[in-house]
Design a protein around this ligand. Structure first.
Ligand SMILES: CC(=O)N[C@H]1[C@@H](OP(=O)(O)OP(=O)(O)OC[C@H]2O[C@@H](n3ccc(=O)[nH]c3=O)[C@H](O)[C@@H]2O)O[C@H](CO)[C@@H](O)[C@@H]1O[C@H](C)C(=O)N[C@@H](C)C(=O)N[C@H](CCC(=O)O)C(=O)O
Ligand SMILES: Nc1ncnc2c1ncn2[C@@H]1O[C@H](COP(=O)(O)OP(=O)(O)OP(=O)(O)O)[C@@H](O)[C@H]1O
Length: 512
C-alpha cells in the first residue's frame, strides 16, 4: 500500500479540511497509524484524541516521515507536516484512500440500536455465509472476522473500530476473498467520526432507549439519538424496526437521504404503528425457552419482491430475538440471500454469551446473557417469567463502575418487576468500590417483591444462585456474557468467563 501527498492534498481540500502542507523528504507513505507504538519506516502518523507530543517524537524515532495534526509540533520538525481542521475526519478519509476503498468491493450491512446489534450481526453473518459460502466478514463487539483462517478471527477492542483499523480490516477481508461485511456501528462511532465518509449498502436501526449517556459518551439523549440516526442518513437501503421509540424521528432521518422505496419497516403483528405502512410483519409461532419460531409476512410489493415470506426457526431463544432475526432476514435478502439461506443460517446460529443455556437438573436452567441495562434486563426477565410462571427467576447481577450510572436504577426496576431472588455482585467495578455499586442497585429494588443477597465474589454469587434454584428455577447470570476479564482499578483482571464458572459449578453438583 502506498499513498502520495498529491492524493492526500486533493482529498483533504475537497472536504474543506486542509489548512497547510509543509513538505519534507517524503512525499508518499507506506503505512498509516495513529499509534506511535505501531510506526514502521515511512509511516504517516495521525496525532489525535488524548494525544501527547512525545508520541510524535517516538513516531519520528521509529520511522515516521510525515504527520497529520490540528496544529504543528516542534517534535515533528523534519517530517512532512499536514495541518487539518479536523484530524478524525482526515483520518477516516485518508484511511479509506490508503486502503484503496475496500468498502467498494464488499456489500456492507451496518447495525445500530441500543440493544441487539451484536446478536443481529451474528444472525446476518450466519445467513450470508449460507448464501456466499462463508465469504462474510464480521466487525462486532465480540469478534472481528476478516477471513476463514483461525488467524483471521480475533477479539475486538471496540464495537466499531477506529477508522484506520476499520478500513484495514475491510482491506484484509477483501484480500481474503470476503464478499460482504456485517458490522456494528455504535453511536460513539459517529460521535468520534470513526465512520466519517463511509456509505453503507444497508443500515439497520433496531431500537433506542436511554444508555451511554455520561461524561465520556453522550452529553444527553438527544445527542445519542442524533448519532444513531446518522446510520440512516448514510445508507443506501434503510431497515427500521418500527417498534422502536422515536420511530418518527428515525424514519424522517432515513427519508432525508433515502427514497422511501428503499426503506423497509417491520414490526411484530399487532404493534401500535398505525400511521406507517409496514413492509413486513412477523408473529411468534413459538417463543418458549425451548423453541423460538416465527412467521414472516410481506405487506407491500417491494417486500414481496424479496421473496422471504415463511416460517423461520431461530436457534437463540428470547422473544426480542425475533425482531433481531427479521432485521437480518430483510438485510441479507437485499444482498440476494434466499429464504432457504435464512432458514438454514438462523437455525444454526450461535451468539457467544447471548442466551447460552445450561441444564442444572434439580436446580433448574441457567442462562448466561449479556443483558446490561434496563431495556435488555427487562426484555430478558419478562420473557423468562412469562414462559414459566411457576418457576422462580433468580438473577446474578452487578453493574460497571464509572460508566452507565443509570443502569443501576434500571436493574433495580427490572429486578423488582420480574425477579424473585437477586444475588448482587461485582461486574467491572473500574475505580469504584463494588459494594457501593451494589448498594446503589439495592436501593432501587422493591424488597417486598425481591429477596436480595449480596455476594461480592462473582464466582461465589453464581454458585449460591444455582444452589438456590429448584427444578423449575430460571437462573440468569447477567451482564458479562463471555467477557474474559473484570476491569478492576484500571487493570483487566483475568476471569474464567460466566459460562465456564457456571459449567464448573454444574460439574461440582454432578460429583456430589
Ligand atoms: C472516547 C473515545 O472514543 N475514545 C477512544 C479513542 O481515544 P483517544 O483518541 O483519546 O485515544 P487515547 O487512547 O486516549 O490515546 C491518544 C492517542 O495517542 C496515541 N498513543 C497513545 C500511547 C502511545 O504510547 N502512543 C500513542 O501514539 C493513541 O494511539 C491515540 O491515537 O481512541 C482509542 C483508540 O484509538 C479508543 O480506545 C478510545 O475508546 C475508549 C477507550 C472507549 O472504550 N470508548 C467507548 C466509550 C466506546 O467507544 N464504546 C463504543 C460502544 C458503545 C456501545 O456499546 O454502543 C464502541 O464503539 O466501542
Ligand atoms: N432487540 C432487543 N431488544 C431488547 N433487548 C435485546 C434485544 N436484542 C438483545 N437484547 C438483550 O440485550 C443483550 C445484548 O444484546 P446484544 O449484544 O446483541 O446487543 P448490543 O446492541 O450489541 O449491545 P451493546 O451495545 O451493549 O454491546 C442481550 O444479551 C439481550 O439480553
Amino acid at each position: 500500500m502506498n499513498l502520495g501527498i498529491d492524493e492526500i492534498k486533493t482529498i483533504l481540500s475537497e472536504h474543506g479540511l486542509l489548512e497547510s502542507v509543509t513538505l519534507a523528504n517524503s512525499t508518499s507513505f507506506n503505512e498509516v497509524t495513529y499509534d506511535s507504538r505501531n510506526v514502521k519506516d515511512n509511516t504517516l502518523f495521525f496525532c489525535k484524541g488524548n494525544f501527547k507530543p512525545e508520541y510524535l517524537a517516538m513516531a519520528k524515532k521509529a520511522g515516521a516521515t510525515g504527520y497529520i495534526a490540528e496544529q504543528s509540533y516542534s517534535e515533528g520538525i523534519g517530517l512532512t507536516q499536514i495541518i487539518v481542521n479536523n484530524v478524525q475526519k482526515a483520518m477516516s478519509l485518508v484511511g479509506a484512500a490508503f486502503y484503496c476503498y475496500p468498502q467498494n468491493n464488499l456489500f456492507t450491512i451496518a447495525y445500530t440500536g441500543t440493544k441487539g446489534k451484536t446478536t443481529s450481526s451474528y444472525f446476518a453473518k450466519s445467513i450470508l455465509d449460507k448464501h456466499n459460502n462463508n465469504k462474510t466478514a464480521l466487525i462486532s463487539t465480540i469478534d472481528t472476522v476478516v477471513g476463514n483462517e483461525p488467524s483471521q478471527r480475533f477479539k475486538s477492542h471496540l464495537t466499531t473500530p477506529e477508522s484506520l483499523d476499520l478500513f484495514k480490516y475491510m482491506r484484509m477481508a477483501v484480500d481474503n476473498g470476503m464478499e460482504s461485511v456485517v458490522m456494528e456501528v455504535s453511536s460513539q462511532a459517529y460521535k468520534k467520526l470513526r465512520v466519517y465518509g463511509l456509505h453503507f449498502d444497508v443500515g439497520i436501526f433496531l431500537n433506542i432507549s436511554p444508555d451511554h449517556i455520561g461524561p465520556n459518551e453522550h452529553p444527553n439523549f438527544e445527542d445519542y439519538l442524533h448519532c444513531k440516526e446518522q446510520l440512516m442518513v448514510n445508507s443506501t437501503y434503510c431497515i427500521i424496526d418500527a417498534d422502536t421509540d422515536y420511530l418518527n424521528d428515525v424514519y424522517e432521518a432515513a427519508k432525508a437521504t433515502t427514497d422511501p422505496d428503499k426503506i423497509y419497516l417491520f414490526s411484530r403483528k399487532g404493534a401500535n404503528v398505525d400511521q406507517y405502512q409496514m413492509d413486513f410483519v412477523f408473529n411468534s409461532i413459538s417463543d418458549t425457552v425451548d423453541k423460538n419460531e416465527i412467521q414472516l409476512d410481506s405487506q407491500t410489493d417491494k417486500a414481496t419482491g424479496l421473496n422471504m415470506d415463511g416460517q423461520y426457526y431461530i436457534n437463540v431463544v428470547g422473544d426480542y430475538n425475533e425482531a433481531n432475526a427479521v432485521s437480518a432476514i430483510i438485510a441479507t435478502a437485499i444482498d440476494d440471500a434466499t429464504s432457504q439461506d435464512a432458514k438454514a443460517g438462523l437455525s444454526e446460529v450461535v451468539v457467544p454469551g447471548r442466551m447460552e443455556s445450561y441444564a442444572a437438573d434439580e436446580h433448574g436452567m441457567v442462562y448466561v446473557d449479556y443483558a446490561h441495562n434496563y431495556a435488555s434486563m427487562h426484555a430478558l426477565l419478562s420473557f423468562l417469567k412469562n414462559n414459566n410462571k411457576n418457576g422462580k427467576v433468580i438473577v446474578v447481577v452487578g453493574s460497571p463502575g464509572n460508566k452507565g450510572i443509570d443502569r443501576r436504577e434500571g436493574f433495580g426496576k427490572a429486578l423488582s418487576e420480574n425477579a424473585d431472588i437477586a444475588f448482587l455482585t461485582t461486574d467491572d467495578p473500574a475505580f469504584e468500590d463494588p459494594k457501593d455499586i451494589i448498594n446503589e442497585i439495592d436501593s432501587h429494588i422493591d424488597h417486598k417483591k425481591v429477596k436480595v443477597e449480596i455476594e461480592l465474589d462473582r464466582k461465589e454469587a453464581i454458585k449460591k444462585a444455582i444452589y438456590a434454584g429448584d427444578k423449575n428455577a430460571m437462573i440468569v447470570v447477567a451482564g458479562k456474557g463471555r467477557d474474559p476479564y473484570q476491569k478492576i482499578n484500571g487493570v483487566d483482571t483475568p476471569y474464567e468467563t460466566d459460562p465456564v464458572v457456571v459449567q464448573n459449578v454444574l460439574k461440582g453438583i454432578k460429583h456430589e
